[in-house]
Design a binder for this molecule. Structure first.
Ligand SMILES: CC(C)(COP(=O)(O)OP(=O)(O)OC[C@H]1O[C@@H](n2cnc3c(N)ncnc32)[C@H](O)[C@@H]1OP(=O)(O)O)[C@@H](O)C(=O)NCCC(=O)NCCS
Length: 159
């Protein structure tokens, strides 16, 4: 048994392309993970666009994470990534993100950007560990119920 299948009682989470049918579940995961959740309709519109790439992390019949990007020519932006709260801290996001990046590379993407809230240490660590570097900082970029937080702009080049 690998460490991953041990963690999941014999099964193993799988990473798959997400489709329109996942919109409701992704919206639910997003709402549980971010201050301003995106609704099912927003996910439906996003997933219907040709320049959107989305992956889901599935364990059995349950979707426990997702990553979604928007592509433009040879650049892409990671719009969102989340893991269901009870499944965090197990290293699952790294495989999900690396697989997602591999698919972006396969679609001709050479440079990836993303924004992350400065105090979001698990996310920053995830991005640093997957090859992203800070290339900019936006002061008071996010407003979380009156609390203004800085954003870091990160970039990774794919070879
Ligand atoms: C960010 C997120 C996707 C990471 O997923 P995950 O599968 O739980 O991540 P991991 O278990 O691989 O942890 C990521 C890293 O952060 C570290 N970490 C976890 N909690 C931490 C904390 N409170 N402080 C500092 N580092 C922390 C882990 O040790 C790991 O680093 P390592 O690989 O060096 O051990 C997940 O926390 C999440 O869904 N958060 C809510 C949504 C979100 O913020 N998304 C990112 C938006 S930019």
């Amino acid at each position: 048994m690998t460490w991953l299948s041990e963690l999941f009682g014999g099964g193993k989470p799988v990473i798959e392309t997400a489709s329109l049918r996942d919109a409701a579940k992704l919206a639910q995961l997003h709402a549980a993970s971010f201050h301003r959740g995106w609704g099912e309709g927003e996910f439906e519109s996003m997933l219907a666009e040709r320049n959107t790439l989305a992956h889901r992390l599935r364990f059995g019949r349950k979707i426990i994470g997702f990553a979604v990007s928007r592509m433009a020519a040879d650049e892409a932006e990671i719009l969102s990534i989340a893991i269901d709260a009870p499944q965090r801290g197990k290293g699952l996001s790294r495989n999900l993100l690396l697989t997602h990046l591999g698919h972006l590379a396969g679609r001709g993407v050479r440079t990836i950007f993303l924004e992350v809230e400065e105090n979001n240490l698990p996310a920053r660590r995830l991005y640093e560990r997957t090859g992203f570097a800070v290339v900019g900082r936006r002061q008071r970029y996010y407003d979380h119920g009156g609390e203004q937080l800085n954003a870091l702009l990160m970039r990774r080049d794919l070879s």
